[in-house]
Design a binder for this molecule. Structure first.
Ligand code: AMP
Length: 581
């Protein structure tokens, strides 16, 4: 008997990533090697040149921010590079390392190789960013079966949990780094996105950053300057502010310890107490920005806000009370948040993975998607007696339901013109120079004659964001096809193979060693934060653990690790939140 390969659903997030699968009749999250559902999207190279991914990398980041990369999802589809240790990494490579780690976790949890995945992206992601995500999957050894918009995934997760009621609803997704809003229809069991909008540079991290900037300002320091001159101070303060932000989601005020320039938190050092009302005032302008996208999505769907029957909250940052209150007052209804906002996208991706694998229990669920950007070609305009190139002619409009195929007719502009160069663009601007070029191709064999020979340009856009353009010379019926390839700009298959090989060369800690490494890093960080009288005790525990590790005695390692963990958890809970003692 052959077993079908399992397709996992992956939420490749800016701050955190999750992996889930369709299991029997429901989606289920898969824990990582540390037992957590959330794997921080952080990659680091430690002082020995070894690679760390997830929580160990986030630990390393506090003391060695220069050796770590995070929030690289924001750079997907660009040429951005960062130096970690001896090597340069791009966003695709870093994302692939996160995916590789999730794949390994799923493999050890499920006890079989995992080679297929559905990966989610923000609805706002453009063509290059979607292709970069597919490439990251390929580098991690995954065949990407479907790229799914995050709000669609969230709606799917809610869709199957709820009664089969027709409605128009809105998905409000404020994650760590991106904001997405999608308006969706549920009609006779089918989910359809009516419109989507958002910002790729707006998320919970910006709220934390605003808090860091205010705290520094209260010390007469300027964020940008300190970030450059004392990166450890900023990274430690960012952690303090992140914790304070979470406390403020619950309590009316929070206290932040202000580190020194070296990133140390001396005993009795300065602190700042922040009230929730102050935090809300400082971040008001960030929250106000969400309204721009909300209005745009409503306008595109030709709806008014009172037409929205339900609002779903997605993304960790929607836990902030100000966000909930704003959404509630804007729509005059309580938003839905019955599913965990961090997990809902991964759960939806797992449902979609089940659907892709043609799991019969899901066959009645139809999902349609929309093109996130307008796709079109360059044309000329006649201005007076001049013929001016550089204008954008849309072929597929933003928010058209996909898969879709559309034709537009263009014509030659000069007598005896026998060829035309078709240039493809994506964007909303009137002039192509302000849009994103997607590629170009030549159509020749146009019969000689007066200007005005007709050519049909057909665009076909599928659910993976892959665009196929076909130009047909009407008089002869001859056509030329061009596919905007799935591979990153300018990389040949040989270069891709080389990139895969290079990624495989990276030395990774064995997984159990990785857990120990993380514990040591965490202990080192906490050591610096501890009051002096507690440091000796931690020093002894650390010493015992290091000795057990060097002797490679499994039972001694186990005993010492447990004592060390118990101590650390008293000070800093397993989810990274400080517990006072
Ligand atoms: P996500 O990308 O959905 O994992 O969202 C991560 C973002 O949610 C980060 O910016 C976190 O700071 C934020 N976040 C998570 N939990 C909370 C909380 N309890 N209160 C405020 N923000 C939170």
């Amino acid at each position: 008997m052959t077993t079908e390969p399992i397709i996992v659903g992956i939420d490749l997030g800016t701050t955190n990533s999750l992996v889930a699968r369709w299991s029997v009749d429901a989606p289920a999250l898969i824990p990582n090697v540390f037992g957590d559902m959330l794997t921080p999207s952080v990659v680091g190279i430690d002082l020995e040149g070894r690679l760390l991914v997830g929580r160990p990398a986030r630990e390393l980041q506090v003391l060695h921010p220069e050796r770590c990369a995070s929030a690289f999802k924001r750079h997907m589809g660009t040429d951005w590079k960062t130096q970690l240790g001896e090597r340069e990494f791009g966003a695709v490579e870093l994302s692939s390392l996160v995916l590789r780690s999730l794949k390994a976790d799923a493999e050890s949890h499920l006890g079989q190789p995992i080679t297929h995945a559905v990966i989610t992206v923000p609805a706002y992601f453009n063509e290059h960013q979607r292709q970069a995500t597919i490439r990251a999957g390929e580098l991690a050894g995954l065949t990407v079966r479907r790229i799914l918009n995050e709000p669609t995934a969230a709606a799917i997760a809610y869709g199957i949990h709820e009664a089969n009621q027709d409605s128009v609803f809105l998905v409000f997704d404020l994650g760590g780094g991106t904001f997405d809003v999608s308006i969706m229809d549920r009609f006779e069991g089918a989910l359809e996105i009516r419109s989507s909008s958002g910002e790729i540079f707006l998320g919970g991290e910006d709220f934390t950053r605003a808090l860091v900037a205010r705290v520094l300002q209260s010390q007469n320091l300027i964020y940008e300057r300190v970030e450059h001159e004392a990166p450890r101070m900023v990274s430690r303060l960012r952690r303090e502010c992140e914790m304070a932000k979470r406390v403020l989601a619950r309590d009316e005020q929070a206290t932040i310890r202000i580190p020194g320039k070296d990133g140390e938190l001396p005993e009795g050092g300065p602190t700042a107490t922040i009230r929730r009302t102050e935090f809300d005032t400082w971040t008001e302008s960030l929250l106000a920005r969400t309204e721009i996208s909300l209005r745009r999505a409503l306008g595109d769907a030709k709806l008014r806000r009172q037409d929205i029957q339900d609002v779903i909250l997605v993304g960790g940052a929607t836990r902030m009370p100000a966000v909930r209150a704003r959404v509630e007052s804007w729509f005059n209804r309580m938003p839905r948040c019955s599913l965990n906002p961090d997990e809902v996208v991964a759960l939806g991706a797992a449902v979609q993975a089940g659907l892709v694998a043609r799991d019969r229990s899901l066959s009645e669920l139809v999902v349609t998607d929309v093109a996130p950007f307008t796709l079109g070609v360059e044309t000329c305009h006649v201005i007076g007696r001049d013929l001016r190139p550089g204008y954008f002619m849309p072929v597929i409009n933003r928010n058209t339901t996909i898969p879709v195929s559309r034709v537009e007719r263009v014509s030659t502009v000069a007598p005896n013109q026998t060829s035309v160069r078709v240039k493809l663009y994506q964007g909303e601007a009137r002039r192509v120079q302000d849009n994103i070029p997607l590629g170009e191709f030549e159509v020749d064999g146009i019969p000689r004659g007066p200007a005005g020979q007709e050519i049909d340009i057909r665009f076909t856009y599928d659910q993976n964001g892959v665009l196929e353009a076909e130009a047909t010379v009407v008089a002869t019926g001859k056509s030329v096809r061009h596919v905007v390839t799935r591979h990153a700009k300018g990389l040949s298959p040989a270069q891709i193979e080389e990139a895969v090989r290079r990624m495989q060369d990276l030395k990774t800690h064995p997984r159990e060693e990785q857990a120990n490494r993380m514990l040591l890093l965490r202990a080192e960080r906490i050591y610096q934060e501890l009051p002096l009288e507690q440091r000796d005790l931690l020093d002894q525990l650390l010493h015992g653990f290091e000795e057990a590790l060097s002797m490679q005695d499994p039972s001694a390692i186990e005993t010492n690790r447990e004592s060390l963990e118990r101590f650390l958890n008293r000070f800093d809970g397993p989810d990274g939140e400080r517990q006072d003692f």
